[in-house]
Design a protein around this ligand. Structure first.
Ligand code: NAD
Length: 483
């Protein structure tokens, strides 16, 4: 059988040391891989390439479709795009999978029985990176949650649970506040979950869910999250399990996948043979399962568990009384190699069933198109006069902007309705959302153009607009607080 080609980047800081140690273990365990090495990150950024990736790297990745990547240093300062985000988006790696387990009593943790997997949506949410400054005082970041994006990650989470013999999938959202975006994620979770009667399902509001996870992680199994919450909570999970140095992650797409440690390049620890290679090695274990070599994954993972049990520890997890030998990066790798074929005695051995690496085919539900009708427009205006008195602003707008077919329904400031009939205590900034609704039925785009022309002629500086639609008669926009 021919070797499986993979693209390898040794990265920056501690990257080369932990990659060498990890590859040594994988190859000694029988990994049947052919490596194409690429250079990404700091060296490429400093050559003036703001994405940190050369075209030859994309060619290699498109060929191998498997990326084993050590951490990179993103130079400080504006203008440099995170290579990780670029790779995820360019290759469509929609699922970020991060197992976090504790290894009590061998690695210090407050949570001895923790074993959960975070499945984080990787491509949308606030990480679409669409940000604008509207006024002196107001900046915005667009939160995009889509039905296909949500459905893909949620289906992935349930399929992952089935394949990995997990019993429960939990979703975290903030849909009590973001009823449309997080509400969609929650709704799709319920829809998809209904197709998996043998998997337990639950939903938590992310704030209390996060608190519960940090306090009682053993209550969770697989957790599926939109991008931002997933980013934050996967680090919390890794940290409370014992160390961010121990967790690996997989970024999975339909065509390609990337495997990496969750930690960064720890430049202060570089070139001292100190860093713990475990996170990258466990990412390598996930990679071996992915490329259809689960027996290698199993051998490496069990030998690694045995090494932890034997008290052979790098500095970050070394503890007097528990640890037996403090070793460097290279020696830790050698200790694992010496234990290949052995099983842990106290920790539970892992088993990676054959066949679970079959490519996951996510088939999205096709929904019938809805009847979409334009019923109004939100016009955002930059106005900074008269001590930002909402009544002065609202009255001026009402008297100067009179366009047939529209009525000014309300003005809000940072989402809070302030006109008509606002509360004098509401603090206002220079950014006003003015909602014009159709006096009856629907309006046309040309009526909107006429409205905006009138707004401009009246001397108001509009900074953006949002069309207001109904979908099959259901409002496609939220109400103002207090509306
Ligand atoms: P970091 O994860 O590199 O380091 C945080 C702390 O954890 C440090 O005290 C470090 O000594 C320790 N640590 C991390 N990994 C360790 C390991 N394997 N063994 C022992 N100790 C370890 O985070 P940072 O300092 O915020 O970031 C440094 C650089 O890494 C930045 O340029 C950042 O952009 C980059 N970064 C890259 C990735 C990635 O490539 N995936 C992820 C996060 C950060």
């Amino acid at each position: 059988m021919s070797k499986t080609p993979i693209t390898v980047a040794k990265g920056d800081g501690i990257g080369p040391e932990i990659m060498d140690a990890s590859l040594h273990v994988l190859l000694e365990a029988g990994a049947d891989i052919e490596m194409e090495e690429v250079v990404v990150g700091e060296k490429i950024y400093l050559q003036g390439n703001t994405a940190g990736v050369e075209s030859s790297t994309w060619e290699s990745l498109r060929r191998t479709k498997v990326f084993y990547k050590a951490p990179l240093t993103t130079p400080q300062g504006t203008g440099f795009k995170s290579m990780n985000v670029t790779t995820r988006k360019t290759l469509g790696l929609y699922a970020n999978v991060r197992p976090s387990a504790s290894y009590h009593p061998f690695v210090k943790t407050k949570h001895p029985v923790m074993d959960l997997v975070i499945v984080r949506e990787n491509e949308e949410d606030l990480y679409a990176g669409i940000e604008h400054r509207h006024t002196d005082e107001t900046y915005q970041c667009l939160k995009l949650i889509t039905r296909p994006g949500s459905e893909k990650i949620i289906r992935y989470a349930f399929e992952y649970a089935v394949r990995n013999n997990r019993k429960k999938v939990t979703a975290f959202t903030k849909d009590n506040i973001m009823k449309m975006t997080d509400g969609l994620f929650h709704k799709v979770f319920e829809e998809v979950g209904a197709e998996y009667p043998n998997i337990e399902k639950e939903h938590w509001i992310v704030d209390i869910g996060a608190a519960k996870m940090a306090d009682t992680p053993e209550a969770f199994d697989v957790i599926v999250l939109p991008n931002l919450y997933g980013d934050i909570l996967s680090d919390v999970a890794a940290q409370i399990a014992g160390s961010v140095g121990l967790a690996g992650s997989a970024n999975i797409g339909e065509g390609a996948a990337m495997f990496e440690a969750i930690h960064g390049s720890a430049p202060r620890r570089a070139n001292q043979n100190l860093a713990n290679p475990s996170g990258l090695l466990l990412a390598g274990v996930m990679m071996m399962v992915h490329i259809g070599q689960p027996e290698v994954a199993e051998r490496v993972h069990n030998a690694w568990l045995r090494t932890l049990e034997d008290g052979v520890h790098t500095y970050d997890i070394f503890r007097d009384g528990v640890s037996k030998e403090k070793v460097g990066t290279k020696e830790f790798g050698q200790a694992i190699v010496a234990r290949l074929g052995q099983q842990p005695q106290t920790l539970k051995p892992v088993s990676y069933a054959k066949g679970e690496n079959k490519p996951l085919e996510i088939v999205l539900k096709v929904l019938p198109p809805t009847k979409k009708e334009l019923v109004g427009i939100d016009v955002f205006i930059n106005w900074n006069e008269a001590n930002k008195n909402p009544n002065v602003f609202g009255d001026a707008l009402t008297s100067k902007v009179q366009v047939p077919g529209f009525r000014l329904s309300m003005v809000s400031n940072r989402g809070q309705k302030v006109y008509p009939g606002g509360s004098p205590e509401t603090f206002c900034v220079d950014h006003w959302r003015c909602r014009f609704l159709a006096t009856e039925g629907t309006i046309s785009h040309s009526q909107i153009t006429a409205l905006l022309q009138t707004v401009a002629d009246a001397g108001f500086d509009f900074t953006k607009t949002e069309n207001l639609y109904t979908f099959d008669g259901e409002k496609g926009f939220s109400m103002g607080q207090g509306e």
